[in-house]
Design a protein around this ligand. Structure first.
Ligand SMILES: [Zn+2]
Length: 252
């Protein structure tokens, strides 16, 4: 094991903000991305005013504007050609230059993705419902179609979100996962002290592999939003008072 390889996910102080960045995405030429934190980003405003959050996200990346989708915990993927709300979906991608695509979270995994030639970029909001609906696979299929690229050229990064350490669920979620993605889903449910925990990171990593991504091109922040509620809003911790952080990605 080399101790010299840089961390996959880092938090950097940029002006008044603390911003998360994935080293593998920073390595893709022509692609910009950011994950906001509570520091320097108004998470309460982001929960209430998507437009204002989009203006700020575009400013953080230094791009013209940003687009988002109205997240409904489903499996729809939209392609954004212009700024603003691109409709009801849980994944959004674009080929447009200088247009950020973004998603909002308080515990749900957001998956940032780009092809290595930087031709298409996107983000998916893989809540447990979207995870068991197979959103990650549909997102990758859409990225391949829009980017006209093989899955082996896609890089995906799973943002801070509820970790298996904290994400307690009931039998209904296991039943929905088995019904939605198959018997193998059971391996992502861990029993601890009589409680069941859902490993959303593992389930989505597996879905990305099944969609054809190379294992070495899938990364995770390995940061749990419940454990790090000091940095990230958490619906499990704060319920309706939880704000939202965003993950945004764009072509230059
Ligand atoms: Zn945790």
């Amino acid at each position: 094991m080399s101790s010299k390889s840089p961390p996959v996910f880092r938090l950097l102080n940029e002006g008044s903000r603390r911003i998360g960045r994935f080293a593998p995405l920073e390595g893709v030429p022509g692609v910009l991305h950011a994950v906001t934190t509570r520091d320097g980003f108004d998470v309460a405003r982001a929960a209430a005013d998507k437009e204002a959050a989009a203006v700020e996200a575009a400013e953080i990346l230094g791009v013209r504007a940003a687009a988002w989708c109205r997240q409904v915990h489903g499996d729809n993927v939209v392609v954004a050609g212009s700024s603003g709300c691109a409709g009801e979906a849980d994944a959004i991608l674009t080929r447009e230059a200088s247009l950020g695509v973004m998603a909002f979270s308080a515990d749900c995994p957001l998956i940032l993705a780009a092809d290595t030639s930087g031709g298409v970029v996107g983000v998916a909001h893989t809540s447990w419902r979207s995870t068991v609906a197979g959103l990650a696979g549909k997102f990758i299929a859409a990225m391949m179609r829009e980017g006209n690229c093989p899955s082996g050229e896609l890089t995906a990064c799973i943002c801070p979100s509820a970790g298996a350490c904290c994400y307690e669920v009931g039998q209904d979620v296991l039943d929905a996962a088995v019904a939605g993605i198959g018997e193998h889903a059971g391996r992502f449910f861990l029993r601890r002290n009589g409680k069941m925990h859902f490993d959303l990171w593992g389930a989505n990593r597996d879905a990305l592999l099944r969609a054809g991504l190379r294992a070495e091109n899938i990364f995770g922040a390995d940061t749990c939003t419940l454990c790090r509620n000091d940095l990230f809003p958490s619906y499990r911790k704060e319920a309706d008072a939880a704000g939202r952080f965003v993950a945004v990605i764009a072509r230059k």
